[in-house]
Design a protein around this ligand. Structure first.
Ligand code: ZN
Length: 491
């Protein structure tokens, strides 16, 4: 392994770019040139023998790893989130900014064609010199972390979760892995004819990736058709806590509505589709984001690094995969596609229907939705490039627009944008929706960024779980109905 130039580079950059007084405004029009220069050579003051080849790891562990070894919670005192306006920059200049951020290990919260949200520790505020204009979006990250820490429910109530009503306090708090799983099991116990449990695979730390599937037998006289599965996965990215919560809320609500009235829309959907919820694709990372590092995004797999663990699951799928450069990066894709146990297990499930060598069962995943936060987006493939336009783009767009409308019309619904992922988030490789669409024969593949648009980011208050869940509920039901009418109920 290469010894890392990073600390030296940081020193050089700190020397070259002394901090200035105001964190609110960026340096203005010269920033474009600065960013382009940064891409050509982000560190003109220092030439490493390897040229600009990025190191795999810094020589000291980043704080997120230290938190894991000491058992302490990582703190973010003085960290702010800046929204950097890069609307006017070309792709090459944007790549320059991204290279710089990756080199400095700066955490990217959200990316769009217009702007990028980054978490900046106090020691790195000098980077404002090479950034275009920005505004401070979250002035005190630690305050938000403290807030959602109070939003986590400690324990399952005595006697287990009451699942007979959507008003259960489960949906008013965030939960750790075991509590989410206990709720899924409570659903299965309460509705044994409808809900079944399925184990997708096992993680590096030995946790099970669990799924709950719901289906209603066809009513008398109703024609049977092949099993159509609608898979909703959440929690690839550990810190995006609202996504697992919203997926569970969706399943719970669907099952309750279907059992309350066999003629309901929910019951009809459950007779035509099997809805499979994988609430926490990345349970190791999710637990780590609760116990050690609230900003943790990756899984917790050993990737051969000295200090840094984990792969970014949503860069590790096997369609247009691009290997990662720095193991410590929050978006480290790994050396090979499906290096992560989680993406591998999910891909087996989605394509073959099994996790082992047993023959594929009669199984067809018709629709796939990957839940994330934040940004309020509902997107279709491809993510890796806008030059590759899916043959089903027209249908995907039409359904997506309907989903966004349904979400907005949900109780207290918010606006969501629809479009091709590469357009809405700036391109990224190795994503789940690209794999599912490009490799499998699942025509309906989407990823959603749930609430919000940056006020709280990943630390969405628990009081907003229900409104977000209602939006997901309305959107996914609309999508299932659209698919049914387009693909199945043809005249
Ligand atoms: Zn995500």
């Amino acid at each position: 392994m290469l010894s890392s130039p990073l600390p030296l580079l940081t020193v050089a950059l700190a020397w070259a770019l002394p901090a200035t007084a105001s964190p609110i405004a960026g340096p203005g029009p010269n920033s474009l040139h600065a960013a382009q220069a940064a891409f050509n050579n982000p560190f003109p003051h220092l030439v490493h023998p390897d040229g600009l080849h990025l190191a795999h790891e810094p020589t000291t562990p980043p704080p997120s790893e230290l938190a894991g070894t000491t058992g302490a919670q990582e703190r973010y005192d003085g960290h702010a989130v800046w929204r950097v306006n890069w609307h006017d920059m070309g792709d090459t200049a944007k790549e320059g900014i991204l290279t710089l951020l990756e080199t400095l290990n700066i955490d990217i919260w959200h990316m769009s064609a217009a702007s990028i949200d980054i978490r900046v520790p106090p020691a790195l505020t000098y980077i404002r010199k090479v950034l275009p204009s920005f505004t401070t979006y979250v002035p005190d990250v630690q305050a938000l972390v403290d807030m959602t820490a109070r939003d986590v429910a400690e324990d399952e109530p005595e006697g287990g979760w009451n699942v007979s009503s959507i008003d259960t306090p489960f949906h008013d708090a965030y939960h750790k892995v075991e509590a989410v799983y206990a709720f899924g099991d409570a659903l299965k116990a309460a509705f044994p004819d409808i809900v079944e449990e399925y184990d997708i695979g096992t993680t590096a730390e030995g946790r099970t990736i669990r799924a709950w599937r719901a289906h209603l037998k066809a009513a008398d006289g109703e024609p049977e058709h092949e099993e159509l599965e609608f898979v909703i996965q959440a929690g690839q990215h550990a810190r995006e806590w609202v996504a697992p919560s919203a997926s569970v809320y969706f399943l719970h609500s669907l099952v309750l509505d279907a059992t309350a009235d066999p003629n309901s829309h929910a019951a009809n959907l459950l007779r035509h589709f099997t809805f499979t919820i994988v609430p926490i694709v990345n349970p190791d990372g999710f637990e780590y984001s609760h116990d050690h590092s609230r900003m943790w995004r990756k899984n917790r797999q050993d990737v051969g690094g000295l200090f840094c663990k984990g792969l970014d699951l949503n860069s590790n799928w096997g369609h247009k995969f691009k290997a990662g450069r720095t193991a410590c990066s929050d978006s480290y894709a790994g050396r090979e596609p499906f290096e992560s146990l989680e993406t591998k297990a999910m891909a087996y499930y989605l394509i073959n229907g099994t996790i082992t060598d047993t023959p594929p069962r009669d199984h067809k995943v018709r629709a796939f939705v990957d839940l994330h936060s934040y940004g309020q987006l509902f997107m279709f493939p491809y993510a890796y490039s806008c030059a590759d336009f899916p043959p089903d783009a027209e249908n995907l767009m039409e359904a997506g627009l309907g989903v966004a409308k349904a979400m907005r019309q949900a109780q207290n619904g918010e606006g969501y944008q629809t479009g091709q992922a590469c357009d809405l988030t700036f391109r990224s490789t190795g994503e789940a929706i690209d794999y599912v669409y490009g490799t499998g024969d699942t025509r309906w593949s989407y990823s959603a960024e749930l609430r919000d648009t940056g006020t709280y980011g990943f630390m969405l208050p628990a009081s907003l779980i229900r409104p977000t869940g209602d939006e997901v509920n309305a959107g996914l039901r609309y999508l299932a109905q659209f698919i049914y009418e387009t693909d199945i109920d043809k005249p």
